[in-house]
Design a protein around this ligand. Structure first.
Ligand SMILES: NCc1[nH]cc(CCC(=O)O)c1CC(=O)O
Length: 326
């Protein structure tokens, strides 16, 4: 099916889509991502009518609490999944970082697109780097992973929660509520805000979250044809990397309630993966890495499993509020 010629004259019977509806959140970043997928699909299937269905999720509505306290992973995807089930949409576009490690019954992660910059970014109007911040400076982040590293490296800084979409967060910085904020570089770059980045934080120790910077497309498992139509948008190096990262997270029961990082990079056909689990106060952590030749999804999963087992052997369990998954 994925071999179907792109410029097939008879759209409906020849295996190319006639109409596809993309479900997405309505934040500017989510819309950018959905429009990006739409543009890619239009290029692949010029005759296809590709529509975008914008939706509000619970994660967008609850803005006064840290993400870890409002139900964590899944918060940004549930409503989109309902739209798939109801047939209002054919595919849902997500920041892969927000997609639960175990897909709910009946849903597939059908496509992973090429990754944007996966680094965390330091953003400030007055300071060039974390090192320049004075004692008591307020740094905003809603990620326990970032908070943990900041607390261990810079105990003299005040870490405060920062919620809301990217524009909201930048607004809070610009109104002086924070001296600096930490955000994923990917979102800033996609929205043309790359010039606001004062410094990219190094992978050691600021290891990204599993899937950070990658786009994932979710479909109903019962619609394999849609999966096949999306296949040309897959980026295999990204798919293998995030598969290893998500394996680590899944083995450790990854949720927004625990500081957990996992990031894989390539060196020719070898993958390097690095991961940590830590306490929010930054006083305890386990760190592991592994490298190996990866030529298949199974290889990627095996490498992720190796790192997870290393972390568990180091006693990562005592850092997990709910223990290891059964
Ligand atoms: N958890 C929110 C979220 N989900 C995806 C991104 C950024 C884009 C990406 O990582 O693909 C962000 C914001 C952030 O972490 O600053």
């Amino acid at each position: 099916m994925s071999q179907t010629p792109i410029f097939s004259p008879i759209a409906s019977n020849s295996g190319t889509p006639e109409r596809l509806v993309i479900a997405t959140r309505e934040s500017r970043l989510a819309m950018w991502q959905a429009e990006h997928v739409r543009d890619c699909l239009k290029k692949l299937y010029p005759a296809c009518d590709v529509q975008i269905l914008g939706m509000t999720t619970r994660g967008d509505q609850i803005l006064d609490k840290a993400l870890s306290k409002v139900g964590g992973k899944g918060l940004f995807v549930k409503e989109l999944e309902t739209a798939l089930e109801d047939g209002r949409a054919d595919l849902a576009v997500h920041s892969l970082k927000d997609v639960p490690m175990v897909m709910p019954e009946g849903f597939d992660l059908s496509c992973v697109m090429v990754r944007e910059d996966a680094h965390d970014a330091f953003v400030s109007n007055d300071y060039a780097s974390l090192e320049d911040l004075p004692k008591g400076a307020v740094v905003g982040t809603s990620s326990l992973r970032r908070e943990s590293v900041l607390r261990s490296r810079f105990p003299h800084l005040v870490i405060q929660p920062l919620r809301g979409n990217l524009d909201t967060r930048m607004g809070k910085l610009d109104r002086g509520e924070y001296q600096a904020i930490i955000l994923a570089a990917a979102g800033l770059k996609r929205l043309g805000l790359g010039s606001r980045i004062r410094a990219l934080l190094p992978i050691d120790p600021y290891t990204p979250a599993a899937g950070q910077g990658a786009l994932g497309i979710e479909t109903l498992a019962q619609h394999p044809r849609i999966r096949e139509w999306l296949a040309p948008l897959n980026d295999l190096p990204t798919l293998f990397a995030v598969t290893a990262e998500r394996m680590v997270s899944r083995q450790l029961g990854g949720s927004c309630e625990v500081p957990l990082a996992a990031y894989a990079t390539w060196d020719k056909d070898h993958m390097n993966i690095r991961s940590f689990v830590a306490s929010v106060d930054g006083t305890a952590s386990c760190l592991a890495s592994a490298q190996g030749a990866v030529k298949s999804l199974e290889d990627a999963e095996a490498l992720g499993l190796l790192v997870a087992q290393d972390l568990i052997a180091q006693g990562a369990e005592r850092l997990l509020p709910n223990g290891l998954p059964k």
